[in-house]
Structures are given as C-alpha cells and as structure tokens.
Design a protein around this ligand. Sequence first.
Ligand code: PEP
Length: 255
Amino acid sequence: MASGRRPLIAANWKMNGLKADGVALAQAVAARAKSAGATLAGEVLVSPPATLIDAVSAAIAGTPVLLGGQDCHAQTSGAFTGDISAAMLKDLGASHVILGHSERRTLHGETDAQVSAKVAAARAAGLVAIVCVGETEAQRDSGDTIAVIVGQIDGSIPAGATVAEIVVAYEPVWAIGTGRTPTLAEIVEVHQAIRARLASRIPGGDAIRILYGGSVKPSNAVEVLALADVDGALVGGASLKAEDFWAIVSALPQA
Ligand code: PEP
C-alpha cells in the first residue's frame, strides 16, 4: 500500500439482490465497519443496483460505509428513459459512482468519450468517479495492454478533473468474474503506467488512488493489497457475501 493515499475497498454488487438481500448485506457490512471503528485501514464503499440505493443508504446511515452508484447518465435530467443522473445518486446519499465498467463498455457499447461525459456529470454533481479501465485478453496477448490502458485513461478522464474527484480501477476484462488474475508483476506494471499517465495529465495526479479489480477474493487479497501501487480493490462477486467482502477489507495492510 502506498503512503499518503487512503485505500478504498469498493463493492460492485452489479444486478444482484432484491430489497431484503441488499439491506441485509448492507447491514452486515455496516455492522463490521462500525465495530472496526478507528482500526479500519481504509474506506469501504458499497455500490448496490439503483433500485436498492435508497434502502441501502438508510441501512448504512451513521456508519463509515460509503455509497456508490454503478453508472449515471451524462445529462442532468430529461427524456432518457431508464437512466439516472449523477444528482439523483447524490440525492440518495451516494458519494461515488462507478463509470466505464467493462460490462458497460462491452454490453452497452460505451465509448471513452461517453465515459468522459459521465465523469464530467459526476464531477458537476459532487460525486467521485471510479473510472474503470482494462484490456481484453486479445489485447494483452498482442502486447497492447499499456497502450490500451493509457488510451482509456486519456479518453475517459475529462480535462480539468482533479485528484479528489477521481479514482481509477484497473480491471483486466479477462479477469472479471473468471477467477483468473494477472501476476503481481503484471498488476504492478499496469498500475505504474496508470500512475505515470495520471501524474502527467493532472496536477498532483500521482495521488489519485488506483484500485485493482478482477477476481479479488479472500485468498488473494493480502498479496494484491500489499503491492505498493495498489490503493485498494474493486470487488464484484466476492462482495455479495459479507464475510468474504469483509475478509478483503481486513486484508488491507495497517498504515
Ligand atoms: C467487477 O466487475 O468490477 C469485478 C471486479 O468483478 P469480480 O470481482 O467478480 O471479478
């Protein structure tokens, strides 16, 4: 864990959970966070599906657990059936929003330019954007990983974004939900490239937190979170069980 950057463990529940499940999961995480108190080695965030944001917001109120959305629209309001705005997330108590997740990029065809517009909307609403980047397996196999990631960073983070407004999540597409992970050296190589790019584009950009995501679980969290350039994790599948998610939070090195 790098000095000076407060780590973040962020849960991405994706499209999972009815109200009772989501509230129970949020309560279980919140209870653990509350009893950890000052020993909590980083920030903890849950990102429920949009339908549960209000109920989860109530369930974590008064605890250190932060709330995030999984996406937002680039516009503030209007005729965008099915979408939600950054201000709507903020209104329900969210402080963060995940943007440019590979499932949005792949299944909804989101481009870097669209992600950038959403990041701008998040900034305007006062939300921290967790900007996801990651290479496909074919891009890694052809040696294009760093070029792809740098291109996504440049295209997805709008000019003028500041350190406090951005978190980057490096999520290799081939590692999401597959149980496969890059080697520790591969994670370090990409995180260092991201940090260098952020430092060259944003004043003080080397202080932006860079999370690793992709099949993080209790059994690999300690070694991943110990890496100097890894400032936390974005966790999908393992965030759906409070014990597993909390084992990952507990794997953060103590400062
Ligand atoms: C994700 O989708 O953001 C993710 C990291 O998923 P998983 O942990 O299941 O690989």
